[in-house]
Design a protein. Structure first.
Length: 133
């Protein structure tokens, strides 16, 4: 596992993020689908961190739960918290009609939140302290 599994999770996360970015060009935008793929990207990025250190990967969509087990640095948790909180509602409710009201423009904020998580995870392997997590 380790590095290989980390990069497989990252590849899947990148795919979700790329799909969300591509869907932004559609008119009218498919807001629910964009938000769902952004949440999925963040979830997979967090699971990549667990894979990197051979930790068990829980079967959950709860981003705020995942960050608690995937990120050791408390400052990083605080920094990621607002982005993850913004993404969290789009795991399940968005897949069902009438379960979640989404205002126009939410997709831009959610995409930005997913990009914050992506940047954190993609840059982390370059930090020497990451190996101690």
């Amino acid at each position: 596992m380790g590095d290989h599994e980390f990069w497989e999770w990252v590849r899947y996360a990148r795919d979700d993020l790329e799909v969300a970015q591509l869907l932004m060009a559609l008119k009218p935008r498919k807001i629910e689908i964009i938000c769902y793929h952004c949440q999925q990207a963040a979830e997979k990025y967090l699971k990549a961190l667990l894979a990197k250190v051979d930790a068990p990967i829980p079967r959950t969509h709860a981003l705020l739960t995942l960050v608690e087990v995937a990120v050791a640095d408390s400052e990083a948790k605080r920094n990621l918290g607002p982005s993850l909180a913004r993404l969290e509602p789009y795991a399940i409710a968005v897949r069902y009609p009438f379960q979640l009201e989404i205002a126009e423009g939410a997709e831009e904020r959610v995409l930005s939140a997913a990009e914050v998580v992506a940047k954190y995870v993609e840059e982390l392997p370059n930090h020497p302290e990451y190996e101690t997590q």
